[in-house]
Design a protein. Structure first.
Length: 220
């Protein structure tokens, strides 16, 4: 009894060590199998971060763009730089990485995805430059290049969705986002075409550029 209570005997007893936590190696292995090459999503994400930095620096140097009229060359160019260059690039790169992992299937074609990256880069950079010089026909041309890349993106992920054995909420959400993205791109091409050619009785650009004073005058 005295030996058990003595400090020396307590010091000689080995300390109880906790078992190391095991990492979820099975889930990690599944993610590695289905995920594409890391350079594919990384290219889109780095492009988006670069566009964000360029746009933020631009607005810092030219803060008048935030306070001036909304329909001007620099404002429209900066808007497309943020929307297409930053937001769309990051979202597309993220979807290339997460969709195959979430659906537990491989991406249909990494080659198509790399073509999409090139078309997307040329398309949105060209659109921003042409908005600055206000050459709407060239905006339409570069917009068509970007739309071609989006078409490859939608086709690639649609073929990836076709591989899954059973649809779930995640697959339905991905399919819905692809539909809305396609409609948005088509609406943008329609706006650019309506600016260059008079083929529609409805003039969307004229409605967007109306000032509050002109709207009040027209309604009175």
């Amino acid at each position: 009894m005295t030996e058990a209570l003595s400090p020396s005997s307590a010091a000689l007893k080995p300390l109880r060590t906790e078992r190391p936590c095991r990492l979820p190696t099975k889930r990690a292995a599944v993610a590695d199998v289905h995920a594409p090459s890391v350079s594919l999503p990384l290219g889109f994400i780095l492009t988006g971060i670069t566009a964000l930095l360029v746009g933020a620096s631009w607005l810092t140097v030219r803060p008048i763009n935030l306070a001036g009229y909304h329909y001007g060359p620099e404002v429209v160019a900066a808007t497309h730089l943020f929307v297409l260059g930053w937001i769309c690039s990051v979202i597309m790169g993220t979807m290339y990485q997460l969709v195959p992992v979430a659906l537990e299937t491989r991406l249909h074609s990494e080659r198509l995805a790399r073509w999409h990256f090139g078309l997307h880069l040329v398309g949105f950079v060209g659109m921003v430059m042409m908005f600055l010089v206000w050459d709407m026909k060239q905006v339409g041309h570069f917009g068509s290049v970007l739309a071609t890349g989006v078409g490859l993106f939608v086709y690639n992920l649609a073929r990836t969705l076709a591989r899954i054995p059973r649809w779930n909420v995640v697959a339905i959400g991905i399919a819905s986002s692809l539909v809305w993205l396609s409609l948005t791109i088509l609406a943008g091409l329609y706006l650019a075409a309506a600016k260059c050619w008079s083929f529609s009785p409805f003039e969307p650009m004229a409605q967007m550029t109306r000032t509050p004073t002109s709207v009040a005058w027209a309604s009175s």
